[in-house]
Design a protein around this ligand. Structure first.
Ligand code: MN
Length: 316
């Protein structure tokens, strides 16, 4: 961890997650506490914390396709400012976030700091998080950060209408970072190990020829091949953002996350991949997300994710 001039940013919102599985907002501190009792990889590093200020009971039933969007917008706005400030001081934001909707703040901040740069995103996740309020099956906004960052509505696949304040906030969320267009485009993202997507998301991926790998890619050609693909991808960008959703790991390894999916990365594969990505000279920020201590069983998730981060941080 010492190789980069990092600052820890804790984004403590889990309002984007399934309201029946709350607890991801506790993940960042749980991980840092776990580390403190072990190697202390993050000891002594400055920490910034963005709290979730809205309570869930203030949920507005009227915006069912984008639950808590008002509160999430406000949280993303504050988070974007904080990450931007860190980047302006030439620090490396090492982000621990509650649910994955927080990622759009990091992408917005990197874009705001480098308005003209080529910014690439490597999204390691069982899901593509490409839903929108128009297509979502759940209304949970942690399934939407990639669409937010691309400013994509996917109205071709429209399942619900969006009106009133929900629409106002969705427009504002798409406008974080740069105004009037996406912070990234479909060509600026690469998905790793996606395996649980709805047809509306696959439609966007295929139509826009988005780069991705699945568990089959990894199993047939090895994690080294996946790493090679990320190498080629990242070489054509000025800055890279890596977002690591722990549900990319196999469901057996992470009881403490909200949306577990079978057929995922092993600890060794994830460690190898992240170790490579963390060395990228153009890496601008890193995020780890969706650790939910309330769902965890005997710290299994913390222990396993810690193995991965240790591997990532190892001096090669
Ligand atoms: Mn995700």
């Amino acid at each position: 961890m010492i190789e980069r001039n990092i600052e820890i940013i804790k984004l403590l919102s889990d309002l984007g997650a399934n309201p029946k599985k709350i607890g991801a907002a506790l993940g960042p501190q749980a991980f840092l506490d776990y580390d403190k009792d072990r190697l202390g990889l993050f000891t002594g590093i400055p920490v910034h914390t963005i709290e979730q200020t809205t309570k869930r009971d203030s949920y507005d039933e009227l915006i069912d396709n984008c639950k808590f969007i008002d509160a999430i917008y406000s949280h993303l706005n504050t988070s974007t400012e904080k990450i931007l400030e860190t980047l302006r001081f030439n620090k490396f934001p090492f982000i621990f976030s509650g649910d994955h909707s927080n990622a759009s703040a990091a992408i917005a901040a990197i874009r705001a700091n480098y308005p003209k740069a080529k910014i690439g995103v490597i999204w390691i996740d069982a899901h593509a998080d490409l839903h929108t309020p128009y297509t979502t099956p759940s209304g949970n906004m942690h399934g939407m950060p990639v669409a937010m960052s691309i400013a994509e509505d996917n109205k071709n696949q429209l399942k619900h209408q969006l009106i009133g304040s929900g629409l106002d906030y969705w427009e504002k969320i798409k406008d974080l970072g740069v105004q009037g267009k996406g912070n990234i485009s479909f060509q600026d993202i690469m998905f790793i190990d996606i395996r649980n997507l709805e047809p509306e998301e696959w439609d966007l991926i295929h139509k826009n020829r988005v780069l991705y790998t699945t568990p089959e890619t990894r199993k047939e050609q090895g994690i080294e091949h996946v790493i090679q693909l990320t190498k080629t991808f990242s070489a054509s960008f000025d800055y890279i953002y890596v977002s690591f959703d722990i549900d990319s790991l196999d469901e057996s390894l992470v009881p403490g996350t909200g949306t577990r999916v079978e057929n995922g990365l092993s600890l060794k594969e994830a460690g190898q991949l992240l170790h490579h990505l963390y060395q990228l000279p153009n890496l601008a920020a890193f995020e780890i997300t969706e650790i939910n201590p309330i769902l965890d069983i005997d710290n299994t998730t913390l222990k396993n994710v810690y193995e991965v981060i240790k591997d990532m941080a190892r001096v090669s």
